[in-house]
Design a protein around this ligand. Structure first.
Ligand SMILES: C[S@@+](CC[C@H](N)C(=O)[O-])C[C@H]1O[C@@H](n2cnc3c(N)ncnc32)[C@H](O)[C@@H]1O
Length: 286
C-alpha cells in the first residue's frame, strides 16, 4: 500500500459523511490505483494550470466513471476518480465523465452538482464506446486531456481510443485487464472471430499466431506478450511513444491487472513516473 499523504487524507475526509447516494464497493488494491491517479492529477495540474508554458485548457475525461465514491466493507469511504478530478487543487477547465449504469451516473451527477465548482462538469450516461463522439465534441481545440480508462475487463475498444485521441493531445491511463480477463479467456477469444480482445487490441494485430507460437504459456509470458502487442498498437496506429511502467496489483499474491500510461509527449511520462516512483521497482515482477 502506498504511503498516504496529507492531501489524500483530506480527500478521504471530504467523502466520509454518508450522503445517501450510491457507492461502489472498494477493495484494498483500489485505493492504491486511485492514490496514484490523484498524485498524477496533482502533479500535472500544478505544472500546467495557469502557467504560461501551457496557456490552453486542461480537460479531464473519465470513460468508466462509477458513482464517485467507493466504500470498504468497514464503511470507510474513498473518493472515486470523478471526485478526484473535480477536487483537483488546480481545477481542470472541463471534467467529462461517462457511466453506463443509470443509478451510478445519477449519483455522479448529484455529487457533481453538490460540489458547486465553477468548472464545467458533464456526465454522459451510456456506453462510452457509443458516447465517445459526443464526449469529443465537448473537448476544446488545443486542450491537453488526461483520460482515465478504468473498466473491469476488456470493455474499451481500440476504436474508442482512436476517436478520443485523433488530432488531440491526450495522455492515457488505462486499466489493462490482462490477469483479470485475457489470461483466463484467451483460448476462448482465439476461437471467436470478433472477440472482446480483438476489439481492445484493434486493427491489424495478429495476436492469435503470436500467442500460439509462444514457447512458454505461463501467465507472466502471456501477460507480457499482450502488453507489448497493445503498446505496439498504440504506437503504430495512434502515434503514442512514451509508455509508463506497468504497475502490478496483487491480491494475496495473485496478480490482478496492470495500469498502462501512454503519452505522445515525454513530459507526460515524467509526470507519471513522479507519481509512481515510490512503488517503482518493487512491483515489477513480470
Ligand atoms: C472499475 S469501475 C470505475 C471506477 C471509477 N474509476 C472509480 O474510481 O470509482 C467501472 C465502471 O464503469 C461502468 N461501465 C461498465 N461498462 C461501461 C461502458 N461500456 N461505458 C461506460 N461505463 C461503463 C461500470 O458501471 C462501473 O461503474
Amino acid at each position: 500500500m502506498a504511503k498516504k499523504t496529507d492531501r489524500w487524507l483530506q480527500l478521504r475526509k471530504s467523502v466520509e459523511i454518508n450522503d445517501g447516494l450510491e457507492v461502489r464497493k472498494a477493495q484494498v488494491w483500489t485505493e492504491d490505483k486511485l492514490w496514484w491517479w490523484n498524485k498524477y492529477i496533482d502533479i500535472t495540474t500544478a505544472a500546467l494550470v495557469g502557467r504560461n508554458k501551457w496557456p490552453h485548457d486542461l480537460v479531464y475525461v473519465d470513460l468508466f466513471a462509477g458513482p464517485g465514491i467507493l466504500e470498504f466493507e468497514s464503511g470507510e469511504r474513498i473518493p472515486g476518480s470523478p471526485l478526484l478530478a473535480m477536487r483537483a487543487a488546480k481545477p481542470f477547465t472541463k471534467v467529462l465523465l461517462c457511466e453506463k449504469n443509470h443509478s451510478r451516473a445519477l449519483a455522479c451527477k448529484k455529487r457533481a452538482q453538490s460540489l458547486a465548482t465553477t468548472q464545467s462538469i458533464r456526465v454522459f450516461e451510456g456506453d462510452c464506446n457509443e458516447q465517445i463522439g459526443l464526449i469529443c465534441n465537448s473537448i476544446p481545440a488545443n486542450a491537453l486531456t488526461l483520460a482515465f480508462i478504468d473498466p473491469t475487463g476488456l470493455h474499451a475498444s481500440f476504436e474508442t481510443l482512436a476517436t478520443l485521441t485523433e488530432n488531440r493531445s491526450v495522455d492515457l491511463l488505462i486499466l489493462f485487464a490482462d490477469f483479470m480477463d485475457i489470461i483466463r479467456n484467451v483460448a476462448t477469444y482465439a476461437q471467436q472471430s470478433q472477440s472482446n480482445l480483438d476489439q481492445v487490441l484493434g486493427p491489424d494485430c495478429d495476436w492469435r499466431s503470436e500467442w500460439h507460437s509462444l514457447a512458454d504459456h505461463s501467465a507472466a509470458k502471456v501477460s507480457r506478450l499482450f502488453v507489448q502487442l497493445y503498446q505496439n498498437q498504440l504506437r503504430e496506429h495512434l502515434g503514442y511513444e512514451h509508455f509508463g511502467d506497468e504497475v502490478l496489483y496483487l491480491d494475496r499474491g495473485v496478480p490482478l491487472y496492470r495500469i498502462l500510461f501512454a503519452s505522445r509527449n515525454p513530459l507526460g511520462l515524467k509526470f507519471w513516473n513522479e507519481s509512481t516512483k515510490k512503488q517503482r521497482g518493487s512491483d515489477r515482477l513480470f
